[in-house]
Ligand binder design. Sequence first.
Ligand SMILES: [Fe+2]
Ligand SMILES: [Fe+2]
Length: 184
Amino acid sequence: MAVKNAMTSDFLHSAYGGESMAHMRYLTWGTMAEKEGFPNIAKLFEAIAYAERVHANNHFKEIGGNTADATVVAGAVFGTGKTVDNLQGAINGELHEVEQMYPVYLNAAEFQEEKGAQRSFHFALEAEKIHAELFKQAQDAAKGNQDIKLEAVYVCPICGHTILDGAPDNCPVCGAKKEMYKKF
Ligand SMILES: [Fe+2]
Ligand SMILES: [Fe+2]
């Protein structure tokens, strides 16, 4: 269903832009982490890049309607440094989404009774909380010149829920079944 109100539509466009950039940025930083000798941090970046793609895709679909041009304004973290610095950029970006962006977007969507956008913003908000924590764990390891300890990263393809070392029977955010999770 297409969004009806201009403000929620603007927020969907902006969130789409932000998530699209986050997707690419994490792939770039992941490649850099691999070269720096942190294969698990690289895997974490790759998995979370996929989660951001899920969010971008959800927001894009909620815009709906006929195809049309739009100019998108979306804040983003730019720059490349050592992995420990890139992880700080990732943490800052995720915390911005958790503490400011998505709560405000979600409030607007609730006020404007935009059910689809509410769902899309809610899914992203819940995933970004976890991403911030995982990036903090990765940065703690990298600060000691260690890789993060993990076997695999699992991502829900419906909402982007992200978890280490094993998927739950049902996604705690959207209810998707264990078998649907994508493993990295
Ligand atoms: Fe995220
Ligand atoms: Fe999910």
